[in-house]
Design a protein around this ligand. Structure first.
Ligand code: CA
Length: 228
């Protein structure tokens, strides 16, 4: 799945150039041209990375970044600063920006930074949760031990991997396609039906009422969502 990038930049020429450049690289690009609309988009839509100019009308990039972090948004933020704004770079990083790039920059430099940042974010997201609890279920992912109401429950390896993936992405809708890629790595003979069956098994083992699950939700026509 291609990464979604939000470009918050008020200079129309740069918006056009960067949108073309990033789209040509296969990224999905949305843009906003002032601070408040940038913040609103970043708050209400899912992005993998935000390219955030510092000098923006309405609300500076620094404030947008700060507000996002205060809302608990952990999307990757790459700040675009002017050469003279050393102060902004320092403050930006303090406020939660992941990296910055000084204007003017060369396209290859920008693309390299974006790639590096997306890789880093992906790696961080894959950092294993060692233990996880929800309801009356306790999971130790390292040992594979699962307890429900204190009783050991036996989950098959794929069931545990599936559950772990959904838990790592808790609160978000995970598509069957994504699960096929992440958990089954497109093994031959594995279809979305395989996923549905595994979800049903996990529900059977862990949900109080598998017919009306409280944690492993079906999102009709899309996939699944885990909530604690
Ligand atoms: Ca600007």
């Amino acid at each position: 799945m291609s990464a979604r990038i939000l470009l918050v930049e008020d200079e129309p020429g740069l918006v056009m150039t960067l949108t073309d450049l990033l789209s040509a690289e296969g990224y999905e690009v949305e843009s906003a041209t002032d601070g408040p609309s940038g913040l609103s988009k970043a708050t209400h839509e899912a992005f993998d990375l935000i390219l955030l100019d510092v000098m923006l009308p309405g609300k500076s990039g620094l404030e947008v970044c700060r507000d996002l972090r205060q809302q608990g948004k952990d999307v990757a933020v790459l700040m675009l600063t002017a050469k003279t704004q050393l102060y902004d770079r320092v403050v930006g990083l303090k406020l939660g920006a992941d990296d910055y790039l000084t204007k003017p920059f060369e396209p290859p430099e920008l693309l390299a930074r974006i790639e590096a940042l997306l890789r880093r974010v992906k790696r961080d997201k894959l950092m294993p949760v060692a233990r996880y609890e929800f309801g009356d279920v306790q999971i130790d992912f390292a040992s594979g031990e699962v307890l429900k109401k204190g009783q050991a429950v036996n989950l098959a390896a794929k069931e545990l991997e599936l559950l772990r993936y959904l838990i790592d992405h808790r609160g978000k809708v995970v598509s069957r396609e994504e699960l096929l890629e992440a958990v089954w790595e497109y093994q031959p003979g594995v279809s979305s039906r395989t996923i549905d069956v595994h979800v049903a098994w996990v529900r059977q083992k862990l949900e109080d009422n598998p017919q009306s699950p409280r944690h492993l939700h079906t999102v009709r026509g899309v996939g699944y969502r885990f909530s604690a």
